[in-house]
Design a protein around this ligand. Structure first.
Ligand code: NAP
Ligand code: F7E
Length: 343
């Protein structure tokens, strides 16, 4: 039985990846952070009693900022594969907590790679680093593995360090270390402060009479939105290749935040029309004339990444990976799930 260790198991991707690997008969070890309230809701349904034998999911306390904790966990567990999905993953928050973001997102992966290097004589551990399209910044679309990295935020900058250190350890120490450069991916398990989930939850609450309107920032940014379920399969495939390498995972299609709003409202039979400009723009229900969307300048970022659209042809050719769930299905699934959970 193979063993996997997932940093960030309590996050969106960690929860999907844990389920995916358990189905493939892995013993999955996951790192959770100590917090004053429960933070394991995304994996609670697959959690197993610690007294049960042959458990498939085993959780350990840990933190990417704690070197000795990482060293001890890796040398005790000696997994076959490590997936580093742990991160301070919010771009806007990274402007407010740049030093912590660098510690967690840049030095965290370095700490894991050092721990892998230290146990090399006992075990060759494969390593997956969650790299991101935010590393491209405003480099012209479509972005591929060959595009220039030019991050626009402390988050993107920290991830560029992690991307390069992963390649360095692969070249210098022959560690099977890979980057998945993933474009935005969402799901019903997406964190509530990311724009997709913020919109689908607001739409569901408006439909149920629990909210009157929503506030948003930049409506014109374009993102390549896929489904997290497809993307965790890509992560797994990256670590099953003969040679370690880096791959873009994306859908190759891009839509504005504005269109996401319109499509989410369509799911509850509301047609949005836009009036006004810039900070005074509003989104109105065409039928009732109610104002459902307003702009809040505090939700804009000091720097914006305007247009992301990925070229995933390398993954298609080598990994035989293609996304199965398209944008329209994704929006519908998220709104339906929020309606069900909130009603
Ligand atoms: P997410 O939902 O925000 O999950 C992040 C995970 O990291 C959570 O389990 C979180 O724990 C954990 N974490 C945060 N700080 C930590 C620390 N100091 N030590 C240990 N764990 C820590 O993110 P996601 O959407 O699943 O994304 C997974 C990874 O892919 C992240 O590295 C992200 O940067 C990257 N990425 C995401 C996307 C995307 O569109 N989703 C695209 C490209 C790359 P808590 O639950 O306790 O907060
Ligand atoms: O923003 C705009 C915002 O926070 C998307 C992370 O998973 O994907 C994610 O980063 C766009 C931006 O995701 C609001 O300005 C407008 O242009 O959902 P987001 P992100 O910044 O693209 C990448 C690939 C990652 O790696 C990250 O970890 O939407 N936007 N109004 C807003 N964004 C938010 N959050 N909230 C708003 O009210």
């Amino acid at each position: 039985m193979k063993k996997a260790l997932i940093f960030g198991v309590t996050g969106q991707d960690g929860a999907y990846l844990a389920r995916f690997l358990i189905k493939r008969r892995y013993e999955v070890h996951g790192i959770k952070r100590r917090s004053s309230s429960y933070n394991t809701s995304r994996v609670d349904s697959i959690y197993e009693d610690p007294y049960k034998k042959n458990r498939r999911l085993i959780l350990h306390y840990g933190d990417l900022t704690d070197t000795s904790n990482i060293q001890n966990l890796i040398s005790d567990i000696l997994p076959d594969e490590i997936y580093n999905l742990g991160a301070q993953s919010h771009v806007k928050v990274s402007f407010e907590t740049p030093e912590y973001t660098a510690n967690c997102d840049a030095l965290g992966p370095l700490r894991i790679l050092e721990a892998i290097r230290n146990v090399r004589k006992k075990k060759n551990i494969k390593f997956y680093q969650a790299s991101t399209s935010e590393m491209f910044g405003n480099t012209p679309a479509p972005q591929s593995e060959k595009s220039i990295l030019s991050p626009e935020s402390p988050y993107g900058t920290a991830k560029v360090y992690a991307y390069h250190i992963t390649k360095n350890y692969r070249d210098a120490y022959k560690i099977f270390a890979c980057n998945g450069i993933l474009f935005n991916h969402e799901s019903p398990l997406r964190g509530e402060t990311f724009v997709s989930k913020k919109i689908t939850m607001a739409v569901a609450k408006i439909k149920l009479g629990k909210q009157k309107l929503m506030y948003l920032g930049n409506l014109d940014a374009k993102r390549d939105w896929g489904h997290a379920k497809d993307y965790v399969e890509g992560m797994y495939k990256i670590l099953q290749q003969k040679k370690p390498d880096d791959f873009v995972l994306a859908t190759g299609k891009s839509f504005t935040v504005r269109k996401f709003v319109e499509d989410a409202f369509k799911c509850i039979d509301v047609q949005i029309i836009w009036k006004g400009k810039s900070l005074n723009e509003i989104g109105i229900d065409k039928k009732t004339k109610e104002v459902l969307v307003k702009i809040d300048k505090r939700l804009f970022r000091p720097n914006e990444v305007n247009f992301l659209k990925g070229n995933y042809m390398k993954a298609k050719k080598i990994l035989k990976w293609t996304p199965k769930i398209n944008y329209t299905k994704l929006v519908k699934e998220m709104v339906a799930s929020d309606l069900e959970n909130l009603s």
